[in-house]
Design a protein around this ligand. Structure first.
Ligand SMILES: C[S@@+](CC[C@H](N)C(=O)[O-])C[C@H]1O[C@@H](n2cnc3c(N)ncnc32)[C@H](O)[C@@H]1O
Length: 226
């Protein structure tokens, strides 16, 4: 089983400090929601973000959207080999049931995340598909399967197939932010691995992990063409 973690993801509701900002109020009004129940999104709230600490990297639910679509539609997930986890800047950990169908439409995805962040689970009653808990990245990683590695552009250059070879389980951490470094640095004993000399998008790094995991699995019997 592979545990794939998107860490320090910039997923949050509009913080109280900017709920009264004109760009936030206008957007919330158009959507018929209270500003406190709207997802912070740099595409709509750019002027308000300038008033927030770390404003240049916050409000990026699109990164979480790409990540979840790639992970949950992956062959590793179809074959029951994947645990998909998102950790946010506010130390919330989102766990996804493997049969969750993430909306491909971004506006429907935003609605889903707003429901999750306000209610803590989706659906709020019964067995949830998506579940949120308060947990630090360090707390999650302390119990995560080993080996555990962190993808980092300044890490040592390695192929993930080498990390996964002969392993039944592993954990890989990918940063869920558009620029800069981890806000909550993963424990220093976890190796930092670079996949390429060029900086990659979080979803590109995640797709490389999923492909490497599959390639490193033993073949399940003869393959035939035609
Ligand atoms: C968009 S990057 C983070 C921002 C990046 N530090 C910057 O300032 O452009 C998102 C994540 O993708 C992964 N990543 C990006 N480039 C990588 C590389 N060359 N090798 C391995 N992982 C990479 C890392 O986990 C990183 O935290």
């Amino acid at each position: 089983m592979l545990t794939l973690v998107l860490a320090d993801a910039e997923l949050e509701l509009v913080p109280q400090e900017v709920q009264g900002h004109p760009s936030v109020r206008a957007h919330a009004r158009r959507r018929g929601r209270s500003p406190s129940a709207v997802l912070l999104d740099s595409s709509f709230h750019h002027p308000a973000l300038r008033a927030l600490p770390d404003g240049s990297r916050r409000g990026r639910p699109d990164i979480v959207h790409f990540f979840l679509v790639i992970a949950l539609d992956s062959i590793a997930n179809i074959e029951g080999q994947l645990e998909t986890v998102v950790h946010t800047r506010h130390d919330q950990v989102l766990r996804c049931r493997p049969d969750t169908r993430i909306p491909k439409s971004y506006s429907r995805f935003v609605g889903l995340m707003e429901e999750l962040l306000t209610k803590g689970a989706v659906p709020p009653e019964g067995e949830p598909l998506l579940r949120l808990e308060s947990l630090t990245l360090g707390g999650f990683l302390a119990r995560a399967p080993r080996p555990a590695v962190v993808l980092h552009e300044a890490g040592a250059r390695h192929e993930l197939e080498e990390v996964f070879a002969g392993r039944d389980e592993a954990t890989v951490v990918v940063g869920g932010f558009p620029q800069g470094d981890f806000l909550h640095p993963p424990p220093g004993d976890l190796p930092r691995i670079s996949l390429h000399g060029h900086p990659l998008k979080a979803w590109t790094a995640a797709s490389e992990v999923l492909t490497a995991w599959r390639r490193s699995r033993p073949r399940r019997g003869p393959r035939t063409m035609g």
